[in-house]
Design a protein around this ligand. Sequence first.
Ligand SMILES: Cc1cc2nc3c(=O)[nH]c(=O)nc-3n(C[C@H](O)[C@H](O)[C@H](O)COP(=O)(O)OP(=O)(O)OC[C@H]3O[C@@H](n4cnc5c(N)ncnc54)[C@H](O)[C@@H]3O)c2cc1C
Length: 370
Amino acid sequence: MYDVAIVGGGLAGLVNAILTKKKGHSVVLFEEKEYPFHRVCGEYISNEVIPFLKSNDLFPEELNPSAITKFRLTSTSGKVLAMDLDLGGFGISRYSFDHWLVKKALALGVELHEKERVNAITFESDHHKIETRNGNYESKLVIGSFGKKARLDKDLNRNFVQKKSPYIGVKYHIKTNLVAEDIIELHNFSRGYCGVSKVENDIYNLCYLSHRNNLRKHKDIPSMEQEVVHKNPLLRQLFTESEFLFQKPIVINEISFEKKEPIFNHILMSGDSAGMITPLCGNGMAMAIHSAKMLSEVANEFLLEQIDRSQMEKAYASAWNTTFSARHWAGRKIQNLFGSSASSEFAVGLGKSFRPFAKYLMSKTHGQPF
Ligand SMILES: Cc1cc2nc3c(=O)[nH]c(=O)nc-3n(C[C@H](O)[C@H](O)[C@H](O)COP(=O)(O)OP(=O)(O)OC[C@H]3O[C@@H](n4cnc5c(N)ncnc54)[C@H](O)[C@@H]3O)c2cc1C
């Protein structure tokens, strides 16, 4: 009987594993892939996480993250809005950051099961049973950190899986001298947008979200990029004049921003499993880390028998809703604002001529330091 079983080893799972293990609990972490690996992600982390990461010795200074202080937004036609970021962020590849956290977790004594997918989680007699291809496990607590939409969500029959997930995500690493080291750029195209910013060393992340109808219409990724993405002149220049480091892009589909539950069948959800913010708001990673901090605090009280399961669940749901619900709502609204070429032209134009509007939108995309 483990104290904690964690399903999914992205940022949420890894930070939960490290924090609960540091409190002295037995922790098993299941990850279906093998580290290190690339993920579709813009790899820009809001600076709101820095106080927490530094105070827990989890800031990856030695990996040479970039420091990002400026923002540039373009509409589909290439209209430009430039401004400073109030809080800013840093750039680090998930390939390096996740792997660095895995090593920290292992050093603390977290039991890691890589290449082991969890197939089922059931709850009876006040504990969980976890089923994988390799065996069955039991734990007092399960943390669900299996990401935006996993097969497990369908097997658990969570409500949000019934709704459509109309977006695909595509990521590259590139070398370019078209983008400054301290800027994050966001370029719109019809029914999508593409971010570019520096990560560690001399590498830049180029990552976009597109409505799947763009792909349906143009059959494959290269044709879609040619016919839709390159319509923005700044993107065309980036795609044609940069050095692409991957042989082919990393692609994910079924991206959903639907509302989810932070607790489902006594599983405490963390990161994207509890709710995925639109990438336009650029801080899903910060929220994954923040949710892990909140969750591990109540989990610790439960495991020390200071509160019972129902008190733990109520406390976590309440903390999650207070901290994140309004941000998710704003994320969906901002996503709609950039849903079409016409609306993105309008929003960029309005931001250029009316700075308080641009500042307001910006304030909605970053949280408070914690
Ligand atoms: C196009 C795009 C761009 C983005 N850009 C940014 C950005 O610039 N900044 C930012 O902060 N956020 C960004 N995000 C969001 C960010 O990537 C996520 O919010 C973040 O990765 C969430 O972390 P997580 O730990 O919850 O999930 P993940 O990192 O997705 O980890 C989930 C893990 O669970 C594993 N898993 C799933 N099912 C199982 C199972 N049954 N058994 C075992 N393991 C399982 C998966 O293999 C995966 O490793 C972007 C997202 C997209 C789609």
